[in-house]
Design a protein around this ligand. Structure first.
Ligand code: SF4
Length: 497
């Protein structure tokens, strides 16, 4: 089980690699999406080579298990829990299990409902264990529609496959770059609210290149894939040619009164693998979604992340003048001190003084994987988290503490944009999921504040070098996210049919 977790968290399956390679081939390298894909590709290689988490958000470990009659499921569950604890200790999984009442992180990925383990009995003799690691950013982009429903830019979705098509397009458009596009969707038509979502997620266990055995659903999947990329949202919502790399649709019977379309959105860091076990010995007899005898082709070309020479090099703390000089589309390379802060830190800062001086600082929306080696903290994975969750707090934090650069992914809203303009601050998009890449931009961890919030939610004091990010909201009131959303809404309306 430990081997399965390690491989799933660190090595992207071949079908996802192939889809990402195709996406990279379509994107001119000097575009924002092209640069994002270059960093993503480097990150995929780094994770596999160094056996590090592809993305710092290692998600909700979800095990789907088929067993023959007579297998001791309670014993197996215990082994899985032990493997999860060990993988967390090694920094392969981030501590991701938070008590919903107290807010306390269990620290070892065990807790009520964590990990998710589903057993199913089957007539075969072997045991099959499939694992999906799906992070919170893309989980927040899931959508469920009670059809008929009126959809923005698409009109009414009726209770038929045409209505399903509209719901899927709407869900992808709504996700923009927040779920770390290019993504893939699993869809369920029917079921009830709970089984619909579960079946939608189960579709993510299909390979991206398979063909649906139901001809009507196969046609619907092909139709969606043939048109969805006209939305132009691109990698990380930066505008580009590939927004979706897969659409897999299943169906369940429904109650006469209900017609749900459930959409499970997964990001480019689409981590799922499986093993077949000998039921007598527990030995791995085969892998699913990968062939260990086929050599892995590196994702990144030799050039890696190409610098154009136009990058703006900045060292924190920043002055107002150098921040106001930045414009949407500029690529920056950040150096010096950077503080992480996400949900708990933002809520805290609105009620308390900051534990550090944030004047001119870079505040990074990031919940890293950090492990302690003696007295030293080691940054193991450090990609950005979805920024829009901090929208209710961000403007106040900028005004109160004089923060000059917010770094995250997916963009922020009108309140933050107004505060950036007023105070002379900027929003920078880092590349979502590029956890290994950004961990390598971290020279060292100087300290940590508010560790009581748990590892992902604490305020880490990072020292970075040549940390690349793209200005997507500037101090003049421009927002790339607003522009891409508006342009993609026009394309969405054109797909109304
Ligand atoms: S790649 Fe993005 S959406 Fe996916 S788990 Fe990582 S941070 Fe979340």
């Amino acid at each position: 089980m430990l081997e399965l977790i390690v491989k799933t968290s660190t090595d992207l399956p071949p079908d996802v690699r192939a889809a990402m390679r195709a996406a990279s081939d379509l994107e001119p390298p000097d575009t924002r999406s092209g640069q994002a894909l270059a960093i993503i590709n480097i990150n995929i290689d780094q994770a596999a080579q160094d056996v590090g988490a592809i993305c710092q958000d290692t998600g909700m470990p979800t095990f789907e298990i088929h067993v023959p009659r007579g297998v001791d499921e309670m014993w197996m569950e215990e082994q899985i829990r032990l493997a999860v604890v060990e993988a967390t200790k090694r920094g392969i999984l981030r501590p991701n299990s938070v008590d919903s009442i107290t807010g306390k992180n269990s620290g070892n990925n065990l807790g009520a409902g964590t990990p998710v383990i589903h057993f199913h009995q089957w007539a075969k003799e072997a045991i099959e264990v499939k694992l999906l690691l799906k992070g919170g950013g893309c989980e927040n982009c899931n959508a469920q529609y009670a059809v008929p429903v009126e959809l923005a830019h698409l009109g009414r979705a009726d209770r038929n496959l045409e209505g399903v098509r509209k719901c899927v397009l709407h869900a992808v458009w709504q996700a923009q770059g927040k779920g770390c596009s290019p993504g893939a969707v699993g869809v369920c038509i029917g079921g009830d609210r709970a089984s619909g979502y579960a079946h939608a997620k189960a579709q993510l266990f299909r390979t991206l290149d398979d063909v649906n055995p139901d001809p009507a659903l196969a046609e619907l999947e092909a139709t969606i894939m043939g048109t969805v990329n006209r939305l132009g949202i691109g990698a990380m919502g930066f505008e580009g040619t590939t927004t979706l790399i897969g659409c897999k649709i299943g169906a369940m019977n429904r109650l006469p009164a209900c017609y749900f379309v459930s959409v499970a959105y997964d990001c480019w860091a689409f981590r799922r693998l499986g093993v077949v076990l000998d039921a007598a010995t527990g030995a791995i007899t085969g892998w699913q979604f990968r062939d260990p005898s086929t050599p892995v082709v590196p994702m990144a070309d030799q050039a890696g992340f190409r610098r154009t020479g136009r990058e703006v090099v900045l060292t924190a703390p920043f002055s107002e003048a150098e921040i106001r000089a930045l414009k949407v589309g500029d690529v920056v390379l950040l150096n010096g001190r950077m503080y992480t802060g996400r949900d708990s830190v933002h809520a805290y800062l609105t009620k308390h003084e900051a534990p550090v001086d944030l004047r001119g600082a870079a505040l990074y929306h990031c919940g890293p994987v950090c492990v302690k080696d003696g007295d030293t903290w080691i940054m193991k994975a450090a990609g950005p988290t979805t920024s829009i969750r901090e929208e209710p707090y961000q403007a106040e934090v900028i005004r109160k503490f004089g923060v000059r650069a917010i770094i995250g992914k997916g963009g922020m809203g009108a309140k933050t944009l107004e505060a950036l303009k007023e105070c002379g601050a900027v929003y920078l998009s880092a590349i979502g999921g590029a956890a290994q890449f950004y961990a390598r931009c971290t020279e060292r961890v100087d300290g940590v504040s508010l560790l009581d919030f748990g590892v992902p939610e604490a305020m880490w004091h990072m020292r970075v070098k040549d940390f690349p990010a793209i200005v997507t909201m500037d101090a003049a009131g421009n927002s790339l996210h607003k522009d891409v959303e508006a342009a993609s809404a026009v394309e969405l309306a054109a797909l109304k049919g």
